[in-house]
Write a protein that binds this ligand. Structure first.
Ligand code: A2P
Length: 300
């Protein structure tokens, strides 16, 4: 696998491909300045990012769309160079709401289609298949599904399209080795969210887990390559064929997080980083712990 800043797409089970690094765009709306996401996306495109991970519920798809259209208009990229992943929020699961939810996103983004659309729970999958058939999305996938929920879909009679990805928390402190094997066996790629250990907002993050980027092992490997712990954490996932979507709205860090194609970890270092796994997640979504489909009662 020869991944470069110019060419770092990997294959999906439906014949499409996805850039292995994307810019995460969730930022607490209350404390994020209007326009910060717009600026970040423009900088990221200049740096070389071609994949953006967003959602209607993040409240900034208009900014993402505006930035992308400006970069298309000035000739930096074409729509086809870019990859956008959107998400169906929980309240839009009834099948009759699915298309209108996507259409809201398309309108904000000013796109004719998006590349990948994800849902959180199994109920709406049939309706997502219809969006793919209508050409409004290129690929469909899921997010925060545990093994049981994923297999529920895979074993569903009449399933037309398998999910291409499962977007789940994944980083050196939560490496998900068993779940990765299962996803691999089904040809489902993992998109690892919170690849840097999240923003540590105690409202939704388990801050009892130490900060990933302060980890001494990651930092000592980073020193060897004159890289940062963040770059080592991202490179580790790349070498496992896991897609990373680090969020940053800071120009220096957006650039830094993309500079992961010019070094590689040895197999010994891959093992050492794998051993940092704590089997604990930063993002527990405890506000939904009483929901019958709460996905995190099981480790995976
Ligand atoms: P900022 O947007 O100010 O750069 P994750 O992607 O795991 O959710 O982590 C996102 C958090 O990590 C954000 O708070 C982001 O802040 C910060 N961050 C992003 N890139 C880096 C980096 N290279 N070094 C340190 N912190 C980073």
């Amino acid at each position: 696998m020869d991944l470069t800043p110019q060419n770092h797409r990997i294959h999906l089970n439906d014949g499409n491909s996805i850039p292995i690094i994307g810019l995460g765009t969730y930022s607490t709306p209350k404390t994020t300045a209007k326009g910060a996401c717009y600026e970040a996306v423009k900088i990221a495109i200049d740096v070389g990012y071609r994949h953006f991970d967003g959602a209607l519920v993040y409240g900034n798809e208009d900014e993402i769309g505006r930035a992308i259209h400006e970069k298309i208009a000035d000739g930096t990229v074409t729509r086809e160079d870019l990859y956008y992943c959107g998400k169906l929020w929980n309240t839009f699961h009834p099948p009759q709401l699915v298309r209108s939810s996507l259409e809201k996103s398309l309108k904000l983004l000013k796109f004719d289609y998006i590349d990948l659309y994800l849902i959180e729970l199994p109920l709406a999958f049939k309706a997502l298949e219809a969006l793919k058939d209508a050409g409004l999305v290129k690929s469909i996938g899921v997010s925060n599904f545990n093994r049981r929920q994923l297999e529920l879909i895979l074993n569903k009679p009449g399933l037309k399209y398998k999910p291409v990805v499962n977007q789940i928390e994944c980083h050196p402190y939560f490496t998900q080795p068993k779940f990765k094997e299962i996803c691999d066996s089904h040809g489902i790629v993992i998109v690892g969210y919170s690849p840097l250990g999240t923003c540590r907002d105690s409202l939704w993050v388990n801050v009892k887990i130490p900060s990933l980027l302060d980890d001494p092992v990651l930092n000592s490997i980073a020193a060897k390559y004159k890289k940062t712990s963040a770059q080592v954490a991202l490179r580790f996932q790349l070498q496992r064929n896991i897609i990373v979507i680090p969020k940053s709205f800071n120009p220096e860090r957006i650039k830094q997080n993309f500079e992961i194609f010019d070094f590689s970890l040895t197999s010994e270092e891959m093992k050492i980083v794998s051993n940092l796994n704590r089997n604990e997640r930063y993002v527990e979504l405890l506000m939904w712990k009483d929901h019958p489909e709460y996905p995190f009662n099981d480790l995976y």
